[in-house]
Design a protein. Structure first.
Length: 113
């Protein structure tokens, strides 16, 4: 499985960005997709996930601001990020979970305060 992430960039605080993660094969028939992020000097942390049945889960730090969604026909997951804060600055890594975890290349999100 190959994952192609896009949508990162530079945004001002309180702004919005949408990340996309396109998989090279069907994920949502049995798996899940989501994002982790890693800020400079910090460990990678969970951000959000969406399952094959559409169940979502979020890190407490992004609840109410980020929304994960999917287009199963396109094998793509989306992360809508609103009300961005400086502490959201990180490299965001999408993943697909089947029997193993697959990772995409990171996309950098920089939030200026």
């Amino acid at each position: 499985v190959q994952l192609q992430a896009s949508g990162g960039g530079l945004v001002q605080a309180e702004g919005s960005l949408r990340l996309s993660c396109a998989a090279s094969r069907n994920i949502f028939s049995s798996g899940a997709m989501g994002w982790y992020r890693q800020a400079p000097g910090k460990q990678r942390e969970f951000v959000a996930t969406i399952t094959s049945v559409g169940t979502t889960n979020y890190a407490d730090s992004v609840k109410g601001r980020f929304t994960i969604s999917r287009d199963a026909a396109k094998n793509t997951a989306y992360l809508q990020m609103n009300s961005l804060k400086a502490e959201d600055t990180a490299t965001y890594y999408c993943y697909a979970l089947l029997s193993v975890m697959y990772w995409g290349e990171g996309t950098l999100v920089t939030v200026s305060s």
